[in-house]
Design a protein around this ligand. Structure first.
Ligand code: DGY
Length: 320
């Protein structure tokens, strides 16, 4: 029987590409070129399945233009905001993601962003690197300590829970807001807030871990930032669209916020020049899941979903 034809849109870890080449008639992208929308549509028309990253956007028009040949979008990401799930469902295209396997790596980056922001990591690195470190005093580069402060988690799913566990290691008191309250064994003493506003009022550090939807786009904005304690720290390793970046820049510039640690932006790649111009922002280029172990596991998980689909089974991580 002919192998299903699979397009892998970006360069993946070699162990993943080798497995894909063994089991599928695979189209790889060894130069890791970024697909234009037209090229993505044309390439997807030629295959049974696509294994994309969050960098490829499957909106309703793209899914329609691809037509009936494509059977499954097996994402190499936990986030699926780059795919119009309703349009995929309506077109009969399966969609899967890769949950769980990136929770540890993303939690590590959230903690790095928190510490980088609280302890002025970007300023310090730039100073030493540029040869401008010419002075030391007890009053020099003084940051905020996070130990024993209150850690607010917006979105207590898998990544939020692991990040909360890491923050517990700093003796932080965990608070969270989520669609529903967690059972006691997962809550582990964390304090549930029925509303976002209530969570914000107690978040010395606010860390975002919810998927972005039409309802929560820009949920961190001028109004909600004002509810944070003065000199709070905002951490975002989820999606840039959760934040109104103009409002964030204003809160950082005014001193309302002490600092922010950001791995994600509204414009990617690229980021936000207004945020980059501020000294009290620690910036990373969307590398939450970028460890060898996690990238291997994400690729394998996406292939597991494809294998199940082509074996006539329900893929474990079906989201549409
Ligand atoms: C995810 O898995 O959603 C990460 O943001 C990387 O794409």
């Amino acid at each position: 029987m002919a192998k299903p034809k699979l397009l892998i849109t970006r360069k993946l870890r070699s162990i993943v590409e080798e497995r894909a080449a063994r089991d599928y008639d695979v189209v790889l992208n060894p130069e890791d070129k970024v697909f234009s929308t037209e090229a993505l549509i044309a390439a997807c028309r030629e295959v049974d399945a696509v294994l994309p990253c969050h960098s490829e956007h499957f909106n309703a028009d793209v899914i329609k233009a691809i037509g009936p040949g494509l059977k499954i979008i097996a994402n190499h990401s936990v986030g699926t905001d780059h795919v119009d799930l309703d349009a995929a469902k309506a077109a009969g295209v399966f969609v899967t993601n890769t949950p769980d396997v990136l929770s540890d790596a993303t939690a590590e980056i959230a903690i790095l962003c928190m510490l980088g922001a609280a302890r002025r990591g970007a300023e310090g690195d730039a100073m030493v690197r540029s040869g401008k470190w010419t002075f030391w005093s007890p009053d020099f580069m003084v940051g905020r300590q996070v130990t024993a402060k209150r850690f607010g988690v917006l979105g207590m799913g898998r990544v939020g829970q692991v990040t909360a566990d890491r923050a517990r290691g700093f003796g932080m008191e965990i608070h969270y807001h989520n669609r529903s309250r967690l059972p006691e064994h997962l809550e582990k003493g964390a304090i549930f807030h029925e509303t976002l506003d209530s969570l914000l009022g107690v978040s010395d550090v606010l860390s975002l871990h919810c998927p972005v939807t039409a309802q929560n786009t820009g949920i961190i904005n001028a109004r909600t930032l004002a509810l944070l304690p003065d000199r709070a720290i905002v951490v975002n390793t989820a999606r840039g669209a959760l934040i109104d970046e103009d409002a964030l820049a204003a809160a950082l510039a005014s001193g309302k916020l002490f600092a922010a640690g950001l791995d994600v932006f509204r414009t990617e790649p690229g980021g936000n020049p207004a945020l980059a111009a501020l000294p009290n922002v620690f910036l990373l280029p969307h590398i939450g899941s970028a460890t060898e172990e996690t990238r291997d596991a994400m690729g394998m998980r996406a292939l597991d979903n494809l294998d199940a689909f082509f074996a006539g089974k329900e893929p474990g991580d079906r989201v549409a």
